[in-house]
Design a protein around this ligand. Structure first.
Ligand code: GLA
Length: 387
C-alpha cells in the first residue's frame, strides 16, 4: 500500500470518543465535502475506538454495535465511497482496544478479511493490552501481512505512541504512518509538549512511512472527548503550521459539521497544505541549533527544501513568557546560502501574505509567544547590492 504524501482526513476520537454512531459519521462525510475540506485534500473518514460490540460473534468475527451502526459497516463504507471519500476503521494489536473492546491480537487475518469485506481503506492499529511475549514489530508485521493478503488495499496506520523503539522498526512493517507520541489533548500544554518532541523523531520519516504527531485539535475549542481547556486561534494556527511543515498526516479531530470561520481558515489554508503535501518529502530540520539565533530550545526554526526548489521556513515561539515578544533571526549561511554565493531569498508569509527579501544574510523576525510564521522562500540573486 502506497501513500506518496501524508494522508489527510478526519477521525472521530477527539470529539466523539465512545459517542460515535452512523449518523455522526455520515454527517461528517457530508461536511467534509460541503465545507470544502475534501477539495483541499482531506479524504479519509476514520471511525476510531468504540464501534463494536464487547464480544466477537460465534464465528470469531468483530460485530458493529447495532445501536450505533444499525445498518452495519458496509453501508457506512458505501455512503463514504459515494462521496468519493475513503473509509477508515480502528483496531488494536492487543487483546482489547484501549477502551476495552475486542482487539485483533491472534485474530489478525480474520479481522483483516472482515475489514476487506466491509470495503475499508485504512486501519488505525492501536497498542493497548498487547502481549509482552511478542516483539512489538511482529505485532504490526502480523497485521500488515493480514491486510496485504486480504484482497483489498488497506493503509496501515500504526499507533504505538513511539513506544518500544517504534521509529527503529516501523519502516519494516509496512505501516504507512505511525504515531510518534502519546495522545494529544485540546490544550496548549499538550500541543507544546508534542511539538518539542518532534526533533526526536522527524529524521525517521520518509515517503510512505510518515511520523504522525496525532490528530489535530484545531477547532475543538474545549469541546469533546479530549476537550480540556482549548486553545486560542493563534495557538491552533501554530499547531497546524508545525504539523503541516514537518510532514505529519493531518487528521482533523474537531466536529467538522459546525466549524467556525477561524477553524475553516486554518484547516483550509491551501498554501500551508501544499507544503505538507510536497511530493519530494525532503525532511525538515531545525536550523536554530546550527545558527547564531537569539532564543532558546522552545523557539525552533524548521527549514524544509521543497520539490520546486523553494524553501519552507517556519519560525516558532513555544515559550510561555507572554510578557515579551521574542526577536529571532536565521542566518542564511546556516541553511546553505552564504552571501558569497551571490544569492538570497525572497519570502512570502503564508498566513498574512506579507512579502519581503532578506538583504543582509539574516532573516529577522519578532514572534509573539505561542505564535509562528511560515514562509515560502525563493532563492534569488542579491540584486539589491547593485542598486
Ligand atoms: C489510544 C490512541 C488514541 C485513541 C484511543 C482510543 O489512546 O492513542 O488515539 O485511538 O486509544 O481508545
Amino acid at each position: 500500500m502506497t501513500a506518496t504524501t501524508p494522508p489527510l482526513g478526519w477521525n472521530s476520537w477527539n470529539t466523539f470518543g465512545d459517542k460515535i454512531n452512523e449518523q455522526v459519521v455520515m454527517e461528517s462525510a457530508d461536511a467534509i465535502v460541503s465545507s470544502g475540506l475534501a477539495d483541499c485534500g482531506y479524504n479519509y473518514v476514520v471511525i476510531d475506538d468504540c464501534w463494536s460490540l464487547r464480544e466477537r460473534n460465534e464465528n470469531g468475527r468483530l460485530v458493529p454495535d447495532p445501536e450505533k451502526f444499525p445498518h452495519g459497516m458496509k453501508y457506512v463504507a458505501d455512503y463514504i465511497h459515494s462521496k468519493s471519500l475513503k473509509f477508515g476503521m480502528y483496531s488494536c494489536a492487543g487483546m482489547h482496544t484501549c477502551a476495552g473492546f475486542p482487539g485483533s491480537y491472534d485474530h489478525e487475518f480474520v479481522d483483516a478479511k472482515t475489514f476487506a469485506e466491509w470495503d475499508v481503506d485504512f486501519l488505525k492499529y492501536d497498542y493497548c493490552y498487547h502481549p509482552t511475549t511478542v516483539p512489538p514489530d511482529i505485532l504490526y508485521k502480523r497485521m500488515a501481512l493480514a491486510l496485504a493478503s486480504s484482497g483489498r488495499q488497506i493503509l496501515l496506520s500504526a499507533c504505538s505512541w513511539g513506544h518500544d523503539g517504534t521509529k527503529d522498526w516501523i519502516k519494516e512493517t509496512g505501516s504507512v504512518m505511525w504515531r510518534a507520541t502519546g495522545d494529544i489533548n485540546d490544550s496548549w500544554k499538550s500541543v507544546k509538549e508534542i511539538s518539542l518532541m518532534a526533533e526526536g523523531f522527524i529524521k525517521n520519516g520518509s515517503i510512505n512511512c510518515y511520523p504522525d504527531m496525532d490528530m489535530l485539535v484545531v477547532g475543538m475549542n474545549g469541546k469533546g472527548n479530549v476537550g480540556y481547556a482549548g486553545c486560542t486561534t493563534e495557538e491552533y494556527r501554530t499547531h497546524f503550521t508545525l504539523w503541516a511543515l514537518l510532514g505529519s498526516p493531518l487528521m482533523i479531530g474537531c466536529d467538522i459539521r459546525s466549524m467556525d470561520d477561524a477553524t475553516r481558515e486554518i484547516l483550509m489554508n491551501r498554501d500551508v497544505i501544499t507544503i505538507n503535501q510536497d511530493p519530494a518529502y525532503h525532511l525538515a530540520y531545525n536550523a536554530r541549533t546550527r545558527s547564531d539565533v537569539v532564543g532558546n530550545d522552545e523557539m525552533p526554526i524548521y527549514v524544509r527544501l521543497l520539490d520546486n526548489g523553494d524553501i519552507a521556513i517556519g519560525i516558532f515561539n513555544f515559550t510561555d513568557d507572554v510578557s515579551c515578544t521574542w526577536n529571532t533571526h536565521l542566518m542564511l549561511d546556516s541553511i546553505g546560502l552564504p552571501e558569497s554565493t551571490g544569492k538570497t531569498i525572497k519570502l512570502k508569509e503564508l498566513w498574512t501574505g506579507e512579502e519581503k527579501t532578506v538583504t543582509n544574510g539574516m532573516l529577522y523576525d519578532d514572534i509573539q509567544p505561542h505564535c509562528c510564521k511560515l514562509y515560502r522562500a525563493k532563492i534569488t540573486d542579491i540584486s539589491y547590492k547593485k542598486n
